[in-house]
Design a protein around this ligand. Sequence first.
Ligand SMILES: [Zn+2]
Length: 195
Amino acid sequence: MENQNLLEIFYKTNALLNGHFLLTSGRHSNQYFQCALVLQYPEYNELICKKIADNFKDFDIDYVIAPAIGGIVVGQEVARQLGKRFIFAEREDKILKLRRGFQIEEGKKYLVCEDVVTTGGSVFEVIDIVRNGGGLVSGVGFIVDRSNGKVNFGVPQFSTLQLDVISYSPEECPLCKDGLPITKPGSRTFTGMNK
Ligand SMILES: [Zn+2]
């Protein structure tokens, strides 16, 4: 699947929107991205995760591991395509932990999966969980790199889409200066502003 087709899928499902948006941080942006909106379609999840699975198919991998919640859908599908086991870490008192009897096996190799990486915080936490348990990290595969390539995990990494997120303080927002109405994604009155 070419990147252009991938972009079309993100636009078609309203996962990626162009317009004038109020972000939860209070800043304004010309782009809004919500990965869950594309992953609600299992057939698209399968297509997108195939790019990740294909990239790592020749790597030495025993397990796929992901941080909850966003990474679970991705990690499960990548693991299914690679024919590997899948475990996930979840937050307890704000710290990612393995629960439900999941364990890191010493000497085994792990592929970390995630949906969206902005600063990479959750992925770095999962990398620590694997290494602290005596496991090895073979790579990191994720759907969207919102850092546009700035985040470096120090292992082979692959993302299906790179986005450069531009945001403005309300005072300096050029879209406000142009008088464009602003939308708050996720609000009840929100409707997609896509072509
Ligand atoms: Zn604005």
